[in-house]
Design a protein around this ligand. Structure first.
Ligand code: SAM
Ligand code: SF4
Ligand code: SF4
Length: 336
């Protein structure tokens, strides 16, 4: 019998698992309403990986060194029985670092159940404090109050909470300081994300990006801050500490300071394709293997063969030209 290796030559530390490509929001930078309308060909539900198929992937990934799982989408809280999936992941794999990225709207309903199931942390997306700006950003006129209630519910349930804010020039850069102030006062970590050219529908232009430097300068001017050392290899956010001791914030600078050389993250789409880069044009069909009578070792071997051949460095190579002309999968499909 051939021995399957359990060490990868290049590290794979975390997997983002998309549970659905559907969403109740239409953020302009992710799912512009004019493209993602009623006629948009979302995945048929029967194409979704089942919970037991997801668990098989995670068990294989765990043996290859994966330590973290993040559940995402689309909006992952739209996936039926999500707490059940989390509880099975928690019981049937050794990975205890299970996180969720969500727009937060359904957290008042599910936060307690998610925590009891084994969820550790949530990243809640919130792009503005001002209600009008927020309504404009989410494309569905949802009030910021709904997200704030979601944040409260997550905190009351005992979940770790971080906030993600995508910054887009001309849309919400005036919200950088109010957001920093609000979350600083509450001791919650806010992470700014540079607007990225994921997919090909969000009208990305380099001129719409507010850089990490600009974000830092705006905050530092009012609330002096200093860089913090990386907490672990491959940490994606650059972290900064407020000099008055009131906590920290982060910036994810995929555009102006890329970090491909230390990228240890794979993505699994809701329909079971494995992606080695957020900006990939195509994925690897893991679902067919999962739906054959492949053994656990064969699933592992497939993941190894995909990951060992990886040569992704999209953000290192990005230009206006690649942003416009290279085919890329949509963020809501691949899982942000
Ligand atoms: N619906 C959930 C949410 O919004 O948190 C999870 C999926 S969403 C695709 C995951 C993350 O990707 C969110 O924090 C979102 O703000 C971020 N995102 C989406 N499109 C982006 C873009 N074009 N540039 C940067 N971040 C983006
Ligand atoms: Fe939905 Fe999240 Fe994309 Fe906004 S960022 S449209 S909430 S998937
Ligand atoms: Fe990783 Fe691709 Fe992002 Fe580079 S562009 S950091 S390879 S996901």
């Amino acid at each position: 019998m051939v021995q399957v290796k359990d060490q990868l030559n290049r590290p794979l530390r975390d997997i983002r698992i998309s549970l659905t490509d559907q969403c109740n929001f239409r953020c302009s930078y992710c799912m512009p309403a004019e493209i993602f309308g009623v006629d948009y060909p979302f995945l048929p539900k029967e194409e979704y990986l089942s919970f037991s198929e997801i668990i098989k992937v995670v068990q294989a990934a765990e043996e290859l060194g994966v330590e973290k799982i993040r559940l995402t989408g689309g909006e992952p809280l739209l996936r039926k029985d999500l707490p059940k999936l989390i509880s099975e992941l928690y019981r049937r794999t050794g990975i205890k670092d299970i996180a969720l990225t969500t727009n937060g709207i359904f957290l008042p309903k599910y936060a307690k159940e998610l925590k009891e199931a084994g969820l550790q942390r949530v990243n809640i997306s919130m792009d503005a404090l001002d209600d009008d700006v927020f309504k404009q950003m989410n494309g569905r006129s949802v009030s910021i109050k709904a997200v704030l209630k979601g944040i409260d519910a997550a905190l009351s349930a005992g979940l770790g909470v971080k906030i993600n804010m995508v910054v887009k020039k001309g849309a919400n850069e005036d919200q950088i300081l109010p957001m920093a102030r609000y979350f600083k006062e509450r001791g919650i970590v806010l992470r700014f994300i540079e607007f990225m050219d994921v997919g090909s529908t969000n009208g990305w232009q380099l001129s719409s990006v507010v850089s990490k430097k600009e974000i830092f300068d705006r905050i530092n001017h009012v609330f002096p801050a200093e860089p913090v050392n990386e907490a672990y290899y491959g940490e994606v956010a650059s972290r900064f500490r407020y000099k008055d001791g009131s906590g920290e914030f982060g910036v994810i600078s995929s555009v102006t300071e890329s970090f491909c050389s230390t990228c240890t993250r794979a993505r699994l789409s809701a329909d079971g394709r494995l992606y080695t880069c957020l900006f990939a044009a195509k994925g690897h069909d893991l679902k067919t293997i999962l739906r054959s009578d492949a053994s656990a070792d064969e699933i592992k071997e497939y993941i190894i063969s995909v990951w060992e051949h990886r040569a992704d460095r999209y953000s290192d190579e990005r230009t206006e030209e690649t942003a416009k002309n290279r085919p890329k999968i949509e963020m809501s499909y691949i899982g942000g």
